[in-house]
Ligand binder design. Structure first.
Ligand SMILES: [Zn+2]
Ligand SMILES: [Zn+2]
Ligand SMILES: [Zn+2]
Length: 95
Protein backbone atom coordinates (compact mmCIF):
# COMPACT_ATOMS: atom_id res chain seq x y z
CA UNK A 1 0.00 0.00 0.00
CA UNK A 2 1.34 3.38 -0.95
CA UNK A 3 -0.21 5.07 2.07
CA UNK A 4 1.88 3.34 4.72
CA UNK A 5 4.30 5.52 6.63
CA UNK A 6 7.96 4.61 6.27
CA UNK A 7 9.21 6.88 9.06
CA UNK A 8 8.49 4.84 12.16
CA UNK A 9 12.18 5.14 13.13
CA UNK A 10 11.35 8.75 14.04
CA UNK A 11 8.95 7.66 16.75
CA UNK A 12 11.07 7.94 19.87
CA UNK A 13 8.75 9.24 22.57
CA UNK A 14 5.14 9.19 23.66
CA UNK A 15 5.63 11.86 26.32
CA UNK A 16 4.46 15.43 25.63
CA UNK A 17 6.80 18.11 26.98
CA UNK A 18 3.98 20.56 27.71
CA UNK A 19 0.23 20.88 28.02
CA UNK A 20 0.07 24.13 26.03
CA UNK A 21 1.56 25.54 22.83
CA UNK A 22 4.52 27.31 24.43
CA UNK A 23 5.26 29.29 21.28
CA UNK A 24 1.71 30.67 21.07
CA UNK A 25 1.83 31.49 24.76
CA UNK A 26 5.03 33.47 24.22
CA UNK A 27 3.38 35.38 21.36
CA UNK A 28 0.25 36.00 23.38
CA UNK A 29 -1.79 34.02 20.85
CA UNK A 30 -4.30 31.24 21.29
CA UNK A 31 -4.58 27.93 19.48
CA UNK A 32 -7.29 25.46 18.56
CA UNK A 33 -5.84 21.97 18.96
CA UNK A 34 -2.51 20.56 20.10
CA UNK A 35 -0.25 18.01 18.41
CA UNK A 36 2.73 16.19 19.88
CA UNK A 37 5.95 15.48 17.95
CA UNK A 38 6.75 11.79 18.33
CA UNK A 39 10.47 12.33 17.89
CA UNK A 40 11.09 14.85 20.67
CA UNK A 41 7.77 15.44 22.46
CA UNK A 42 7.43 19.04 21.22
CA UNK A 43 3.87 20.32 21.60
CA UNK A 44 2.58 22.62 18.88
CA UNK A 45 -0.73 23.86 17.57
CA UNK A 46 -2.62 22.32 14.65
CA UNK A 47 -3.10 23.56 11.08
CA UNK A 48 -6.44 25.12 12.01
CA UNK A 49 -4.64 27.36 14.49
CA UNK A 50 -3.30 30.74 13.46
CA UNK A 51 0.37 29.89 13.97
CA UNK A 52 0.55 26.21 12.95
CA UNK A 53 3.41 25.50 15.30
CA UNK A 54 3.26 21.73 14.88
CA UNK A 55 3.87 22.13 11.15
CA UNK A 56 6.53 24.77 11.72
CA UNK A 57 8.29 22.36 14.06
CA UNK A 58 8.27 19.75 11.29
CA UNK A 59 9.61 22.29 8.78
CA UNK A 60 12.40 23.30 11.15
CA UNK A 61 13.34 19.93 12.61
CA UNK A 62 12.18 17.37 10.02
CA UNK A 63 10.41 15.37 12.71
CA UNK A 64 7.62 13.93 10.53
CA UNK A 65 5.15 12.23 12.87
CA UNK A 66 2.68 13.92 15.21
CA UNK A 67 -0.07 12.57 17.44
CA UNK A 68 -3.17 14.51 18.45
CA UNK A 69 -3.11 15.60 22.08
CA UNK A 70 -6.85 16.32 22.15
CA UNK A 71 -8.85 14.37 24.73
CA UNK A 72 -10.41 11.30 23.14
CA UNK A 73 -8.25 11.53 20.00
CA UNK A 74 -5.48 9.01 19.40
CA UNK A 75 -4.64 9.43 15.73
CA UNK A 76 -1.16 10.10 14.39
CA UNK A 77 -0.13 11.77 11.15
CA UNK A 78 3.00 11.73 9.00
CA UNK A 79 3.76 15.07 7.31
CA UNK A 80 6.06 13.42 4.77
CA UNK A 81 3.71 10.65 3.65
CA UNK A 82 0.57 12.72 4.33
CA UNK A 83 -1.06 9.69 5.83
CA UNK A 84 -2.43 8.51 9.13
CA UNK A 85 0.06 6.38 11.03
CA UNK A 86 -1.35 3.30 12.71
CA UNK A 87 -0.12 1.15 15.56
CA UNK A 88 1.80 3.70 17.62
CA UNK A 89 1.78 3.63 21.41
CA UNK A 90 -0.66 6.05 22.98
CA UNK A 91 0.55 9.34 24.38
CA UNK A 92 1.45 9.39 28.01
CA UNK A 93 -0.28 12.09 30.07
CA UNK A 94 1.78 15.25 30.52
CA UNK A 95 3.55 15.32 33.88
ZN1 LIG B 1 5.98 8.72 7.10
ZN1 LIG C 1 1.18 27.54 18.52
ZN1 LIG D 1 10.20 17.16 17.32
Amino acid sequence: MSTLCTHLDFVQTNAPTSRVCEECLRLGNTWIHLRVCRTCGHVGCCDDSKNRHARKHFDAMSHPIITSMEPGETWSWCFLDRTLVKGLTRLAPFK
